[in-house]
Design a protein around this ligand. Structure first.
Ligand SMILES: [Zn+2]
Length: 159
């Protein structure tokens, strides 16, 4: 019992704790952040622990790392229930829920090779509208191609 508790609450000095991740998606969140384990960050993954809100949940902690707005948007896509805690000197200095954006710009490639955002001669920033959150569905603003979570993973080179 005590070791289980320790696993969940052991503190980090500074960095981020991403809590309330839907169970089974912690690895996906790490990959969204481009963290493979080779960067030298101290990373803790807690998977399938009890949560009052979600039943079971995952938690990711990364020491010495902060998150950009783009990264928060990507996390929101795969873990719309996530709560982010920013830690400095062992204290939570900021805590907030991620917000699933209505529009995602420039982060994901459209899977339609003929889409104008994939033309090399006149590169246009990709733009997707979030039409459904769970399960995730994005539609390309330029060609109307629908993308699901698997497409996004491919676009980010995750699979
Ligand atoms: Zn497109």
């Amino acid at each position: 019992m005590s070791s289980k508790k320790e696993l969940i609450i052991s503190k980090i000095r500074s960095g981020v704790v991403i809590d309330h991740i839907p169970a089974g998606r912690a690895l996906l969140v790490l990959r969204m952040l481009g963290i493979t384990g080779r960067e030298g960050f101290r990373v803790a993954l807690v998977m399938n622990v009890e949560s009052g809100k979600l039943g079971i949940k995952d938690i990711v902690k990364v020491e010495g790392r902060e998150l950009t707005k783009d990264e928060l948007n990507l996390i929101a896509l795969v873990a719309p229930t996530a709560t982010v805690n920013i830690i400095r000197d062992y204290e939570v200095v900021s805590k907030f829920k991620v917000v699933v954006p209505d529009v995602i710009e420039g982060l994901i490639k459209c899977k339609n090779p003929r889409c104008i955002t994939n033309q090399q001669r006149e590169p246009i920033r990709s733009r997707f509208r979030v039409v459904f959150r769970e399960p995730l569905k994005l539609v390309c603003d330029y060609c109307g191609t629908i993308h699901d979570l698997g497409d996004i993973e491919k676009s980010l080179g995750i699979t």
